[in-house]
Design a protein around this ligand. Sequence first.
Ligand code: FMN
Length: 200
Amino acid sequence: MSTQQFLENLKLRRSIYSLGKDVTLSKEDIVDLIEGVVKESPTAFNSQTQRVVILFGQDHEKLWDITAEALKPLTPAEAYPNTLKKLDSFKAGFGTVLFFEDHDVVKNLQEQFTLYADNFPVWSEQASGLTTENVWVSLSIAGLGANLQHYNPVIDEAVAKEWNTPANWKLRSQLVFGSVQAEAPEKEYMDDADRFKVFG
Ligand SMILES: Cc1cc2nc3c(=O)[nH]c(=O)nc-3n(C[C@H](O)[C@H](O)[C@H](O)COP(=O)(O)O)c2cc1C
């Protein structure tokens, strides 16, 4: 792959909010892709703190029902219909990837390497970010649309109960994916001059 193609692939990844279930790729292929990408994403000290749950079908839809339930008491009644509309747009997708961090691993690292103790949670978070980005890009290359959500910590307890995830797995984000029903609007970029400095 040329560097130009790499950049084109990065540009393919956008926040796609209009998602559908018209996906030709098999669930097995999607799972293989996500697992491969997560495994190849770097982590501090190769600590591999990322944990991932992939939801399809009724499990995917259940996540967004759980979110609706959890948000109901926290949302003003007049705003709730809009919340439901938004959650329905996620439900309309084909699946959701739940990204977690294993905080037992982070804690062990903090105890083992006291000099870097403050850094390990930050590095784990950074690894979560770049793992998520890699998965997002790879799904886009596979022709799928996706958008990134953060209903943690509101849904943490219900998610752990429903999918029996260990207490040390801390939910960090939800990447919803599916067929692209409408493209993202053109993206705006800040001035390069305000962003980059090159010397020498
Ligand atoms: C760390 C991070 C957190 C984000 N959180 C959310 C979110 O909670 N909800 C959402 O709809 N989009 C979220 N996004 C998506 C951004 O709004 C989006 O990537 C940005 O506006 C650029 O648009 P693009 O993804 O189409 O390039 C998040 C993106 C990042 C990198």
